[in-house]
Design a protein around this ligand. Structure first.
Ligand SMILES: Cc1cc2nc3c(=O)[nH]c(=O)nc-3n(C[C@H](O)[C@H](O)[C@H](O)COP(=O)(O)OP(=O)(O)OC[C@H]3O[C@@H](n4cnc5c(N)ncnc54)[C@H](O)[C@@H]3O)c2cc1C
Length: 392
């Protein structure tokens, strides 16, 4: 016999649990169905950068709204998210200087604490950095990073306290649709019914969406990360997206620095494929790259490396919204950047479901059907795609 709920959320990544939390807060009774365990997908391997610098205004808005959660986590959600304020620097190649200025102006209009600083200013706040190639950078003094697994677990705990139900080892294998409306799902742990079903299945969401008769252009993005033990005299540093050198890095606990590359992506590996280990030359390339920005890292040593995988769309922006049978919603395709916006995505999706539109931030641009119409989201002052494969 089927158990009844108000909403079925498929996937206990940070997006699914944030959405369940916000729905439960509004009085609904959601069930979260997870084929493995919470954080099994991209969330569990996320680098956790929390910053507001984007070239698309709605993404900056989502990041800024989410930031109100990260910095007031105990009051907003309860428990911990592991947010640590380190300051954040966004470096673009010099040919993007105009875009950088305009994007910072856009973010300042939103209310985000950010400014343009010079290479000399960078040297003052990051004395270990080599800065002679930096004319300008965007600086966010309040930003930093958080612990994605802890964040997801806190959302889940809070959602359960509000009445949500969580089932792990519970894979959705079939869906029920009647009269053009979703009615429920079949899983490896029985049947569940609800008039609303949210596909928050990360890299697996494309195959799942096919079951609803809705095809989405979702590929996969497989991403390598390395942790380096810093030489003892580099006590701490900023979190940085360094698009000039094609990498991002941030400090981590235990005197470690996390480094990943923008041009190390393996696109479209099957979502089911074992993550395995990092690409053959990745660690050497990442160490070379970080030494170009922090030369003293040459005295560092390798700590560890890992691989993660997210869903990616053709415009490298999320798919959020309703399409196909009535009651079917998607929140997927976060393209390697979804962690920091997860609180606001859950809030906005709960508004879309309960109020018919998202009032806090207009998320209609993430419409799942934009690709079918031949449209793609593009930054107003576009930097181009973040992620590139190593061979291009
Ligand atoms: C290595 C790495 C580094 C990253 N760094 C950052 C960063 O610094 N900042 C940032 O903002 N973002 C970052 N991201 C991106 C961010 O982590 C993801 O966008 C975000 O975690 C996606 O969350 P999700 O809930 O959509 O998906 P996931 O976390 O992948 O969760 C989806 C869940 O659905 C489950 N599932 C799938 N199919 C089924 C089914 N049929 N039935 C039941 N359950 C199912 C899966 O088991 C999984 O647990 C990074 C991602 C990776 C991989």
């Amino acid at each position: 016999m089927s158990q009844n709920f108000d909403v079925i959320v498929i996937g206990a990544g940070v997006i699914g649990v944030s959405t369940a939390f916000h729905l439960a807060k509004r009085g609904l009774k959601p069930i979260i169905l997870e084929r493995k365990q919470i954080g099994y997908g991209a969330t569990g391997s996320s680098s956790g950068l929390v910053r507001m610098h984007y070239d698309l205004e709605v993404e900056s808005q989502l990041a800024w709204e989410s930031f109100q959660y990260f910095r007031n986590w105990g009051d907003r959600v309860g428990g911990e998210c592991g947010f640590r304020r380190t300051g954040f620097l966004h470096i673009e190649p010099t040919h993007h200087e105009t875009q950088l200025h305009k994007n910072v102006e856009m973010q300042q209009r939103i209310g985000i604490p950010t400014s343009i600083i010079t290479g000399a200013d960078v040297k003052k706040i990051a004395p270990y950095f080599k800065t002679d190639d930096i004319a300008f950078a965007a600086y966010e003094p309040e930003s930093g990073y958080a612990d994605a697994t802890l964040t997801a677990n806190s959302f889940l705990t809070a959602a359960k306290e509000l009445g949500a139900v969580y089932m792990q080892d519970c894979e959705v294998t079939a869906v029920q649709i009647s009269g053009g409306k979703v009615t429920g799902v079949q899983t490896t742990r029985g049947d569940f019914s609800a008039p609303i079903i949210i596909n928050a299945a990360g890299a697996w969401a494309g195959k799942l969406s096919d079951l609803f008769g809705v095809s989405i252009p979702l590929g996969t993005w497989t991403h390598d990360v390395v942790h380096i033990r810093r030489p003892a005299h580099i006590v701490d540093h900023l979190a940085v997206i360094d698009s000039s050198l094609g990498m991002y890095f941030r400090p981590d606990s235990g005197n470690l620095t996390l480094v990943a590359l923008e041009d190390d992506t393996r696109f479209d590996e099957p979502a089911e494929k074992e993550l395995g280990y990092v690409a053959r030359d990745f660690v050497d390339r990442a160490i070379d790259r970080i030494c170009m920005r922090i030369p003293a890292m040459e005295e560092g040593s390798l700590h560890s490396s890992h691989v993660g995988r997210d869903g990616i769309t053709p415009d490298q922006r999320a798919i959020i919204g309703q399409t196909g049978p009535e009651g079917y919603f998607l929140a997927t395709g976060f393209s390697g950047t979804g962690f920091k916006i997860a609180p606001a995505v859950g809030l906005c999706l709960s508004e879309l479901i309960l109020d018919g539109r998202s009032k806090t931030i207009d998320i209609s641009g993430f419409d799942p059907m934009r690709f079918a119409r031949g449209e793609q989201l593009k930054g107003e002052n576009n930097y181009g795609f973040i992620w590139r494969s190593a061979s291009t």
